[in-house]
Design a protein around this ligand. Structure first.
Ligand SMILES: [Zn+2]
Length: 251
């Protein structure tokens, strides 16, 4: 069930016996020479919607733009400032909580969103803590980074090993190839070996990033990406997240 395709009376009925909602969150940023700029929100949205169908849970419209300043030296990237992103998430949670959603489960597709998402949860909790206790005081948020869920991470390592890399990973590109087979971009013949590194720890800004990771990838061999493996990773992520989300909603 998608919030975007529901009517308000349907949401009112849903809230009568369900207070869980899944929120996909991603980024609009370069993913190397073969990856879609929408990779992070495309994967998060498809996995969130797959999970919503499996466990009969409402799915929010995706948050398609996140914290992507590292990628701004590559055309097409759109970023929010960290403070803007935190405010967007806090307002999203505040709106859902106001309607009676008490378990808000974020399916995230982008590593750069993790720190601001946790900050946003704490901003929201802080706003509850300084008010008198109400029904809303029981609202909880949870973050699931789909690629890092233990079983999904294992299958990614098993299939792609070192070729997966750290940005524009072979696995996430494989998942987008499974979701959008009509738009697959073949890897260029002269594709160079990508350098391994960590965007989170080493990189200051977009110019630094582009200088060190010239085609946008970090460590990934995108020639390994294919639809069949994308399907395996996607299905594992959906079932693992469905299980985790179910126990969160029941908590
Ligand atoms: Zn990505």
């Amino acid at each position: 069930m998608l919030l975007a395709l529901s009517t308000w009376p349907e949401i009112e009925r849903y809230l009568g016996d369900n207070t869980g909602i899944i929120v996909p969150v991603g980024s609009t940023e370069q993913h190397g020479p073969t990856g879609f700029i929408g990779t992070d929100f495309i994967t998060a949205t498809a996995i969130a919607e797959g999970c919503g169908v499996q466990i009969n849970c409402l799915v929010s419209p995706p948050i398609t733009v996140g914290m992507a300043q590292h990628h701004m030296a590559f055309p097409g990237t759109i970023t929010l400032r960290p403070s803007t992103f935190v405010n967007v998430i806090v307002d999203w949670i505040t709106s859902l909580s106001k309607h009676g959603f008490r378990r808000i489960y974020f399916v995230n597709g982008h590593g750069g969103n993790i720190a601001p998402l946790i900050t946003a949860f704490n901003e929201f909790y802080a706003s509850l803590s300084v008010r008198a206790e109400t029904e809303e005081s029981s609202t909880l948020c949870k973050l699931a980074n789909w690629w890092a869920m233990p079983n999904t991470d294992s299958i990614i390592k098993e299939i792609f090993a070192d070729a997966d890399g750290e940005h524009a990973t072979a696995s996430e590109i494989a998942v987008t190839q499974y979701i959008h087979p009509e738009s697959i971009k073949p890897a260029p013949k002269d594709l160079e070996q990508a350098i391994h590194g960590s965007a989170a720890l080493d990189i200051h800004n977009a110019y630094d990033y582009r200088q060190r990771f010239v085609d946008g990838r970090i460590g990934s061999d995108v020639r390994e990406a294919n639809q069949k493996d994308g399907e395996k990773v996607f299905k594992k992520a959906v079932s693992e997240i469905a299980e985790d989300c179910t126990s969160f909603i029941r908590s």
